[in-house]
Write a protein that binds this ligand. Structure first.
Ligand SMILES: O=C(O)C1=C[C@@H](OP(=O)(O)O)[C@@H](O)[C@H](O)C1
Ligand SMILES: C=C(OP(=O)(O)O)C(=O)O
Length: 457
């Protein structure tokens, strides 16, 4: 969390004077899109991603793969099939430069890919990317046979000197700072000469569903993977060397990005339907069904999608969010509006996310009159009547959506830099206005609310 003197552009968060009733089509998953791009780039034949997320993080991933020589073509299918990306793998080449922005998936998933390129690949990004941990990936790559120049020791910027192939083998890493260290090594593992065996040693590993997503998508691309959840050793994954197959993959909606819309139903006592909610998924956002039900309201999953109905009351909760850390900002905002105390645990590693999320949430919620304290591994939130004011966002998309949902219940909330939602959800402000039955200019100044949202029947 970097202290800022003057706030950037302020967005008056709309206040909801009635229960929200809407159907909100949520764009594709960031995590699935970026894994899909990497796996397709490493495949032996061409692949398709249908309804991919087009946002800053995924466009950075596509641009980086293009810089390495992969063809990523964008197009729009016939009626109803939406946008697609066609990925045509090619030899991976250096010299190349990769801009990671502040995308954890780009800064962690691509260095192992770069180690397979035939020349140097320079990695750089936003100032915050210099502070986010990368040591697990860098140390592991060295142990597996790669040459890496990391002048800041374990952080960006750095150069991976691709040698055209990588020996691979067994490696021990401490991935307690980010599950993405494990995912990164597994995703490229089939292309290492000896495959890879990743052994996590250290404190508890966060975001287990995201590692399961990696394993699941690798297997669907033809890789052989041994994972702890199949009765294997805890915290050990093995990927056998072998060719990956190009896939034709329809990307699921981003269930973590569905969070603010479902929360709108919860805190206004309304009803929101998110179409195409998968019956089975590895996305951590699926846990919202249970978490928001515990906080009040109910949900139903049927052929229309997931419908969440608020009860008009919001309860606090004591919950371990280590598996679903990226849901914490939204849950904290709802908890600040609840009728009882909440304790959010198991998310100390959020101090190393887009910003120090625990410090940022504490400061901003307290700035609106809240009573939030940081604990060693999370937040304690004692609800108090909130008032309007500026809600700063520290270039963090999930802080921005958390501010928007506070504004539904608290008059006069102004969210700084709502455009930062473009990291994973570029249309957020228009979708929000359309959900509320309002149309207005988007964060990019363009007109036309409601393009992705319809009134529910
Ligand atoms: O692999 C992924 O797609 C992600 C893993 C998680 O990272 P951490 O384990 O660093 O929290 C999550 O928070 C991030 O939003 C996406
Ligand atoms: C932590 C997040 O992102 P990243 O992929 O940059 O780690 C997030 O989206 O909440």
């Amino acid at each position: 969390m970097t202290e800022q003197t003057a706030p950037a552009a302020l967005w008056p968060a709309p206040f909801a004077d009635a229960p929200v009733e809407a159907t909100v089509a949520v764009p594709g998953s960031k995590s699935v899109t970026n894994r899909g791009l990497v796996l397709a780039a490493l495949s032996a034949d061409t692949g398709w991603l249908r309804r991919p997320l087009r946002s800053r993080d995924t466009l950075l991933m596509a641009a980086a793969l293009r810089a390495l020589g992969v063809h990523v073509e964008e197009g729009v299918g016939p009626d109803g099939t939406g946008e697609f990306w066609h990925i045509i793998p090619a030899g991976l080449h250096g010299p190349a430069t990769v801009d990671v922005g502040n995308a954890g998936t780009v800064m962690r998933f691509l260095p192992p890919v770069a180690a397979l390129a035939d020349g140097p690949v320079r990695f750089d990004g936003d100032p915050r990317s210099y502070e986010r941990p990368l040591h697990g990936v860098i140390d592991a790559l060295r142990a597996l046979g790669a040459r890496v120049d990391d002048e800041s020791r374990g952080r960006l910027p750095m150069t991976v000197h691709g040698g055209g192939s990588l020996a691979g083998g067994t490696v021990e890493i401490d991935a307690s700072a980010s599950s993405q260290f494990v995912s990164a090594l597994l995703l490229s593992g089939p292309r290492f000469n000896q495959g890879v065996e990743v052994r996590h040693t250290g404190a508890a590993l966060p975001s287990a569903p995201h590692i399961r997503m990696t394993v699941d998508m690798l297997r669907k691309a033809g890789a052989q993977v041994d994972a702890p959840e199949d009765g294997g050793e805890p915290d050990v994954w093995r990927v056998t060397p072998g060719a990956l197959l190009g896939r034709d993959l329809v990307v699921e909606p981003d269930l973590s990005n569905a969070q603010p819309f479902l929360a709108a139903a919860l805190i206004t006592g309304g009803r929101v339907t998110v179409p195409d909610w998968p019956e089975q998924t590895t996305q951590p956002g699926d846990a919202l069904r249970g978490i928001f039900t515990e906080m009040g309201g109910s949900c139903e999953l049927d052929e229309r999608g997931l419908t969440f109905t608020g009860s008009g009351r919001v309860r606090g909760l004591d919950v371990d969010l280590s598996d679903v850390g990226e849901l914490t900002p939204g849950i904290a905002a709802v908890a600040a509006l609840a009728e009882s105390e909440s304790v959010l645990r198991g998310v100390g590693h959020l101090r190393l996310h887009e910003t120090d999320r625990l410090a940022a949430l504490t400061k901003e919620l307290n700035g609106l009159g809240g009573d939030v304290t940081e604990t060693a591994d999370g937040l304690r939130i004692r609800p108090r009547p909130l008032h309007g004011g500026v809600f700063r966002t520290y270039d963090d998309h999930r802080l921005a959506t958390a501010g928007a949902l506070l504004g539904l219940a608290v008059d006069g909330v102004q969210v700084e830099n709502i455009a930062t939602t473009g990291k994973t959800l570029p249309d957020f402000d228009r979708m929000w206005a359309a959900m509320l039955g309002q149309a207005g200019p988007g964060a990019d100044g363009s007109q036309g609310g409601g393009t992705r949202v319809e009134e529910s029947a």
